[in-house]
Write a protein that binds this ligand. Structure first.
Ligand code: ADP
Ligand code: ZN
Ligand code: ZN
Length: 724
């Protein structure tokens, strides 16, 4: 018998699949094995068993051992591996590595065993074997005798550990090893306020549970009780003996959410989250693959949870950008979910208050089934959004960060004992250029997308076509020289607030303050328990949180995402405003939102203020159709990077000359240096394509393969989030 084995070697240009003989062993496909490789012994995965091999007999080596007592790659994951290899042009090993905890490879993390000591009862009179003078040993013996079975650590702490060791060696003591599973966030307080579903929620749950193999888009306004819908569906799935996966954006996996799931489902929930220690992650993963846990909750990568018999996949906040991975290996979470849906014939729920244009488009075209929750629980009103034109503030002589209206409302809110959230809209590190007097924004003449200021050559660039423009010295529309670029940071805003409210604690939540493992949990807990009245933050605070006493939300610079150089910038802005505004007035008190902008007449604000997703969608969709952006096209970027500028340029041109021959599928193709030309000494160049169908993608992969030379990296990205 022979096995095809994928060996786990990093930094390899090739997919390494080798034939080994299995010898006396009987590995199954999916097993992790130790194999000889050159002079070394390394890990690999059996992907296939065969009766014969084309390899010459004398070259065939034998598998050394099977590492785990179960296949670590399930049948479904094996099939998924083949799918991802095709779809994303991944190396086989890169796909496999997504499926198991990183630290498990090469045995960097192990089971945690606790040792228990008891007296060996098979000996007639064990105490007699100990000399009368060995007082310490007798003490240890009596200690165990009294308690029956004692953890070794406890015994060592109370008795001489040399004596204990001695007694173990002489087999007077027996040691039993018991595995303890490390369980993340075990100290969380449970809150089981199981509620009766409203009629609207009930009908959503019934529709989902009454179907099979469907993808639902659940469009429910903020505070409409989507989480409760998810939990009821999961409960039914478990009752049917199946399993479920729920994905949430990393930063919205809050203590509240966790507490609800833990109290409802107890140990059947396993958490996969980047905040876990390697040991916790490994244990949670094993609880899933062994069937001990049957619900996986986590961020993007939890879509690879090793569950069998999946009955439901939920992707909450489906519009969130974090569901597309931006580093290698690149994949699109919803596509992986679709694969698992069809493999298991289960349902998917994509939930959002602001579905992505692409998902809604699919719902309109019958690819997804649309479900709606139009009202907040108890018909609580959505907060009132008031738009402040910041151009007017300049005329009033106010050059500050806050408009007078926001300052007033802040004082009112804090003085009446309520809480406020101040949101700073900050995406990426690039910035747009804008006139502070009239709100003019520099845009690309061809693409109608905001230009990005590049400091290195003081220029403005379009990230979608590569056109470069000179930096403005005065506004081309009104002549003013009040040209603004850059943005205010959270730190600056927090300082200003501290000045305004010297007696209040101001919490700040952004990338800088959440580096530590539990930092974002801590900040949220402080705010939730009202240890602070003011929370300042970026996108991180926009998601899913449910703080009943927040009555005021201030959006400092709403235009930031609007003029972000991305075809989705308007969509993102709509989503952000709706999400942040959704934090206000979730309980009895009415909420108010102050939105500061230099473009008060932009259509996105009109629709957002009215909470009118549908008309926003129609308008945006029409624009996309005219400008030929997704969902009407797919954007493909071929990114070449390398240390040597010439190598990069030559490779890029070579690829371009071949790819452009496929242009019957393209509405746009061009090649250029990437907007950020050098990152960490790597020169970067790209081909941008917008194509009407995915048909040529295989051909593109093939061409790319021809040009894979040493020292140059080539990535093909489909609808990337970030084009810098
Ligand atoms: P969403 O995720 O749609 O923004 P949530 O699931 O956070 O909404 O629900 C908002 C609030 O309403 C939560 O505090 C939740 O506990 C509560 N809630 C949900 N469903 C019900 C219900 N059927 N009856 C009473 N309260 C509910
Ligand atoms: Zn102007
Ligand atoms: Zn352009």
């Amino acid at each position: 018998m022979y096995a095809k084995v994928i060996v786990d070697i990093s930094n390899n240009d090739l997919d390494r699949i080798f034939d080994y003989s299995v010898g006396e062993l009987s590995p199954e496909p999916g097993c992790r094995v130790a194999v000889p490789f050159g002079q070394r012994q390394i890990e690999g995965y059996v992907i296939e068993l065969m009766d014969s091999t084309d390899c010459p007999k004398e070259k065939i080596k034998q598998i050394i051992s099977i590492i785990d007592d179960y296949p670590v790659i399930t049948k479904e994951m094996m099939a998924l591996m083949y799918f991802m290899r095709e779809r994303y042009h991944l190396r086989t090993i890169d796909a496999l590595r997504l499926f198991i905890p990183t630290q498990m490879r090469e045995g960097k993390v192990k089971e945690l065993n606790r040792k228990y000591v008891s007296i060996n009862m098979e000996i007639a009179e064990p105490r007699k074997l100990i000399r009368e003078s060995a007082q310490m040993q007798l003490n240890a013996y009596d200690y165990v005798l009294k308690r029956g079975e004692v953890p070794l650590s406890e015994l060592n702490a109370n008795c001489s550990s040399a004596s204990v060791r001695n007694l173990i060696m002489r087999d007077i003591f027996r040691v039993r090893s018991v595995e303890v599973k490390r369980s993340p966030y075990n100290n969380i307080t449970l809150n089981d306020n199981c509620v009766e579903l409203t009629d609207d929620q009930r009908s959503v749950v019934d529709t989902v549970m009454g179907s099979k193999g469907k993808t639902f888009l659940l469009h429910g306004v903020t505070g409409s009780g989507k989480t409760e819908v998810y939990m009821h569906c999961i409960a039914q799935i478990l009752q049917n003996g199946k399993t479920a996966i729920m994905l949430v954006p990393e930063i919205s996996l809050t203590p509240q959410v966790l507490a609800s799931f833990r109290s409802r489902f107890g140990d059947r929930v396993a958490l996969l989250h980047s905040g876990l220690s390697a040991g916790e992650r490994f244990d949670e993963w094993r609880r899933l693959i062994s069937g001990e846990a049957s619900v996986a909750i986590g961020a993007r990568s939890a879509i690879f949870a090793p569950l069998q018999n999946v009955g439901l996949i939920i992707i909450d906040e489906e519009h969130d950008g974090s569901y597309t991975s931006e580093s290698n290996p690149r994949y699109i979470t919803s596509e992986v979910a679709e694969f698992r849906r069809s493999y298991n014939n289960c349902n998917i729920i994509l939930g959002s208050a602001t579905p992505s244009i692409e998902s809604y488009y699919k719902a309109m075209n019958g690819e997804y089934v649309l479900l709606e929750l139009k009202n907040r629980i108890n018909k609580r009103p959505l907060p009132e959004i008031s738009i402040v034109n910041m151009c007017n503030e300049i005329y009033k002589g106010n050059n500050g960060i806050f408009s007078l209206e926001l300052e007033n409302e802040l004082h009112k809110c804090i003085e009446s004992g309520d809480q406020a959230i101040i949101f700073i809209n900050r995406r990426g590190y690039s910035s747009y250029v804008m006139c502070r007097s009239c709100g003019y924004v520099a845009k690309c003449e061809q693409c109608d997308i905001s230009l990005v200021y590049h400091k290195e050559d003081n220029s403005l660039k379009c990230h979608y076509c590569g056109n470069t423009y000179k930096m403005l010295s005065a506004c081309p529309k009104c002549g003013s020289d009040q040209i603004k670029r850059g943005f205010v940071g959270t730190e600056q805003v927090a300082e200003k607030l501290q000045e305004m409210f010297p007696n209040e604690t101001v919490l700040r939540m952004d990338n800088d303050t959440t580096q530590n493992k539990n930092a974002h949990f801590d900040i949220l807990r402080k705010f939730a328990t009202k240890q602070a009245k003011i929370l300042v933050g970026t996108q991180m605070i926009a998601k899913g949180h449910d703080f009943p006493d927040v009555t005021l939300v201030g959006i400092v610079d709403a235009d930031m995402s609007l003029h972000f150089a991305d075809y989705r910038s308007v969509e993102r802005t709509f989503q952000l405003i709706t999400q942040v505004a959704g934090r206000a007035g979730r309980n009895k008190k009415l909420g108010k939102v102050i939105l500061q902008t230099y473009s008060p007449n932009h259509y996105v604000y009109r629709f957002a203020v009215n909470g009118d997703y549908k008309h926003f969608y129609e308008k945006e969709c029409n624009l996309r159709e005219v400008t030929k952006f997704p969902p009407f096209t797919k954007i493909v970027r071929i990114l070449v990077s390398g240390e040597n500028e010439q190598d990069v340029a030559k490779t890029l041109q070579g690829i371009y000359s071949k790819v452009k021959l496929l242009n019957e599928y393209f509405v746009f193709i061009n090649y250029m240096w990437a907007p950020v030309k050098v990152i960490r000494n790597m020169h970067r160049a790209q081909i941008l394509i917008r194509m009407v169908s995915m048909e040529p993608i295989k051909e593109i992969y093939k061409i790319v393969d021809e040009f894979m030379i040493q020292k140059v990296n080539i990535f093909v990205e489909i609808n990337p989030n970030n084009l810098s």
